[in-house]
Design a binder for this molecule. Structure first.
Ligand SMILES: NC(=O)c1ccc[n+]([C@@H]2O[C@H](COP(=O)([O-])OP(=O)(O)OC[C@H]3O[C@@H](n4cnc5c(N)ncnc54)[C@H](OP(=O)(O)O)[C@@H]3O)[C@@H](O)[C@H]2O)c1
Length: 345
């Protein structure tokens, strides 16, 4: 294990930053803007740790950052070109260096969590966004967890307040967030109906859904069944239709949904939901997931007990990320895709 962020260069004169492979994004655009490039290895500053990345996860958010869409994200992510030139967020790996003032993490600690620039051999991380890797879980499985599973957990537990015995409808049960939502809702004791395309129905049933609806042949919100909670992860259905499928005091949690305008994405619908909510007995909720250690640890307990098993469709190399993001955009991915990073060396 290399615990140093600098090394003597090949000419023997002075020190030069060590180099690493990373997935570089110089511009917004289709996944082809990405290239595997050699860059300087970063160093951990005070309050930070340097993680040797073993695996990194992909999700819809990664695609949005590559495309720079909706434009709403650009004030934060960079107007004309991405502020973060190395892509990636979800990761698993091992701590190799610890900055001043960091407690609880040491070189050699195996971790999972989030850090910008995770699609690289090394990344600087905020310890508050990392947790020890769950026992008995592979690096690849752990890297499939963070943002998708945190989002599912927070939607069910904090937004919908799901308790045992309730009926929960998960629109978009076969994707990154949905595959965790099905398992976590079951772990909370809910009766779960998962909605996805027919091709992925078997996956969703295997995750534990009590019922699976193919949205292409059946309207899951026709009102014939009322749900205590609806997690709206895919489909962008009108609020009116979603409310029809809720119990009189049920909760709609709008998690996401693709296909809105290039400027605001699906946010017009979110704003309408928030404006209506105080006037209704039904609750309309939306949120942005929080990346934090306590919730990662809550997920670790579910992973270690086997109640939640990451639905990893495939593990690919850094050079395959562009093709996998294109598959994700076409709706071809079942569950999660993981990138094996720096397995050698
Ligand atoms: N609020 C937050 O903090 C937060 C965090 C993470 C993600 N998100 C957002 O949540 C959304 C989902 O993310 P993800 O990573 O889970 O994406 P994903 O892996 O691509 O999954 C999308 C899911 O939506 C389903 N779907 C597509 N059309 C549908 C329809 N008409 N009716 C019902 N389901 C439909 C897909 O089913 P099939 O593939 O079977 O067609 C799939 O299960 C994205 O918009 C993402 O940006 C929000």
């Amino acid at each position: 294990m290399d615990e140093h962020a600098t090394s003597t260069d090949a000419t023997g004169g002075g020190t030069a930053p060590a180099r690493m492979q990373a997935l570089h994004q110089g511009a917004y655009g289709p996944p082809e803007v990405l290239s595997v490039t050699e860059v300087d290895r970063p160093e951990a500053g005070p309050g930070q740790v340097l993680v040797r990345v073993r695996a990194a996860g992909l999700d819809r958010g990664t695609w949005h950052l590559v495309a720079g869409l909706p434009y709403l994200i650009r004030p934060i992510e960079g107007w004309r070109r991405p502020r973060h030139e190395i892509l990636g967020l979800d990761l698993s790996g091992e701590v190799v260096a610890v900055g001043e003032g960091v407690d609880g993490l040491r070189p050699g600690t195996e971790v999972y969590g989030t850090a910008r620039g995770a699609l690289a051999e090394y990344v600087v991380a905020d310890p508050a966004r990392l947790a020890p890797k769950p026992a008995g879980i592979s690096f690849e499985a752990a890297a499939a967890v963070p943002v998708s599973a945190l989002t599912a957990l927070q939607a069910l537990r904090d937004q919908a307040d799901v308790v045992a015995g309730q009926r929960v409808l998960i629109l978009g049960a076969s994707g990154g967030v949905g595959s965790y939502a099905v398992q976590l809702a079951k772990a909370l004791g809910a009766h779960v109906t998962g909605v996805c395309s027919a091709a992925k129905a078997e996956l969703v049933a295997g995750l534990g859904a009590d019922e699976v609806i193919d949205y292409r042949t059946t309207d899951p919100v026709d009102g014939s069944t009322r749900y205590d909670a609806i997690l709206d992860i895919g489909g962008n259905r009108p609020l009116r239709a979603l409310r029809r499928a809720l119990t009189p005091r049920g909760t709609l949690v709008i998690v996401g949904g693709e296909g809105g305008g290039r400027l605001l994405g699906g946010t017009e619908r979110l704003l309408r939901a928030l404006l209506w909510s105080p006037l209704l007995r039904q609750r309309m909720r939306t949120f942005i997931s929080s990346e934090n250690r306590a919730d990662l640890e809550a997920l670790s307990a579910h992973l270690e007990s086997g109640a939640v098993v990451p639905a990893v469709e495939r593990v690919v190399a850094l050079g395959d990320v562009a093709a996998e993001l294109a598959r994700l955009e076409r709706g071809e991915v079942r569950g999660k895709v993981v990138v094996a990073v720096g397995a050698a060396g």
